[in-house]
Design a protein around this ligand. Structure first.
Ligand code: SF4
Length: 122
């Protein structure tokens, strides 16, 4: 079954509206892309969409109650719900160092959640 969709390219401010046709794993740009970067973006977005994630984790005995975190790499969109739930349920003991792994292999994605700030212990 062929599926057609329009994807807005976010690589540059022109924001081309790229029309694509999908048939299983077959992918074709039918119109709208002004450059190869847009074609690559549309392919990734159509076949395997991913997002960088930022959030926060509760901290025990820290000089700040919440630790800002991010994913170490983009997360498949279909895993975002499970990843956010695991982050919401997590708690970390201070001290925490910038860049420290807070959750390893979050939601079995092989992606880590890492601290984007340091927190001292009180
Ligand atoms: S397709 Fe090319 S020109 Fe158009 S928004 Fe994407 S990067 Fe920019």
């Amino acid at each position: 079954m062929t599926d057609e969709k329009e994807i807005t390219c976010i690589i540059c401010p022109i924001s081309c509206k790229i029309s694509v046709k999908l048939d299983g794993k077959n992918f074709e740009v039918t119109s709208g892309s002004k450059c190869i970067k847009g074609v690559e973006y549309a392919r990734a977005e159509a076949l395997d969409p991913k997002r960088m994630l930022t959030s926060s984790v509760l901290v025990n005995k820290g000089d700040w109650p919440l630790l800002s975190v991010k994913s170490s790499e983009p997360i498949p969109k279909n895993k975002l719900f499970h990843v956010l739930k695991e982050i919401k349920d997590a708690k970390i003991d201070a001290p925490v160092k910038l860049g420290q792994t807070v959750i390893k292999n979050v939601a079995n994605t092989k992606i880590n959640i890492i601290a984007t700030k340091s927190i001292k212990r009180i």
